[in-house]
Design a protein around this ligand. Sequence first.
Ligand code: NOJ
Length: 510
Amino acid sequence: MSPTPWWRSAAIYQIYPRSFLDSNGDGVGDLEGARRRLEHLSWLGVDAVWLSPFYRSPMRDFGYDVSDYCDVDPLFGTLDDFDSLVAEAQAQGIRVLVDLVPNHTSDQHPWFVESRASRDNPKRDWYVWRDGTPDRPPNNWTASLTNGPAWTWDEKTEQWYLHLFLPEQPDLNWANPDVEAAMHDVVRFWLDRGVDGFRIDVTHALGKDPRLPDDPPQLAGVPHSSIHDDPRTHAILRRLRRLVDGYPGERVLVGEVYLLDTSLVAAYYGQGDELHLSFNFPPLYAPWDASAWRDEIAMAEAEFGPRGAWPTWVLSNHDNVRHRTRYGSEARARAAAVLLLTLRGTPFLYAGEELGLQDAVIPPERVVDPGGRDGCRAPLPWDATPSHGWPTTDPWLPWPPDPETNNAEVERLDASSMLQLYRRLLAARRASPALAGGDIELLTAPEGVLAYERRLAGDRRVVVVNFSDEPVDVFLGSSWTVEVASDGSGEGGPYSGTLGGSTALLLAPA
Ligand code: NOJ
């Protein structure tokens, strides 16, 4: 591996294919739609995309219930469409990561159809089956998305099967070497097709204690998938890492380790022999507050740093209310963009955050997600026309608020837009070794303000973020030039010593 693999300095952009752009008029985004907007991404300046699942699926969990890992669902197109998307993206210098969903399949996957057919089916042990009686599940685990038991009783074969998510998402049994071998074949299939890596769904849940012990009583009712942390997963990841590292070209494994404790997350990097990168969600759930963020940054440094593990930062994705909505104002979302793109680590952007999109308001009759996550999955508006660049005015979910102004075309023509801010920040990251890969040092700052310095060799940048809504004087010693301002004002000029309310600045030495 080269000393600085590409994914350390990269900014990675998540495409939720259903919502990016539709090409065929069925109201659902698809791979061809994504291909047509690659220019948006190269213009913006991101280095890679992560595609949420586009595999064959009954769509009970909108693609995270896979019924064929090696084919494209007709809703999203064909394998040829996928190949065209990857080839064109890579030709434009954009790498492509795909989602790997190894913890569970759809209940319609042929493996599970066989597994549930009879107790002596050769695939019975590919899933997690337990004896019992229909009135009492084998343990007290709670499923995500339903908040019901993580077990479903199979009438025909009179056993329970485990599902950490919907009953239609049975958990695979990774203790069975045949399951691991089959999933390695899936990984090879996509690596051979040229993908640059994987985002791995529910990484931390793969290994399971065969005794499946009860959760402690005080955690009963908490979705088990958010607390499952079994040491068996590490050996599984080491074998996967060896497979992936055996391919040329620095392919990357990014784990979704949904444990809300950064020290637990850091363990999934192993000794540099497990995940290359992991999501770290505590900052996503932190309030818009300077000291909360200071703590999150210090925690990431303390936990990742000594391991040589490279941090990641993410504010929005397809599972959570967008940060523009959570933080409550455009000014804060702009300041948050400065933060996201200047911290030490790899930032992940969720499609539409560069437009400042808010969650859509979903009327009850249009709710489709069993987990209630529709608002952040609203379609991206590309222009100001009634269909916003889509072939239909009425896509699968309602538009987010203000699509006449918050859209890619209008914002591209407006130098003061959120979109243009993201573009300037991404360009500044690329141009500065300190931002792309340098150290971070938290600086002393007045209450309500977060300040830090990034440094690599002779290159330096300072970032100041005013979380309060009032102006604050922040004294920074030597003289600095405003390189990027979240509100666009004063760029290229000297830092005045005062920071507006809900404003952030990226400063370069004068
Ligand atoms: C995490 C994914 O991000 C989420 O969308 C999905 O519902 C669960 N994993 C289950 O696959």
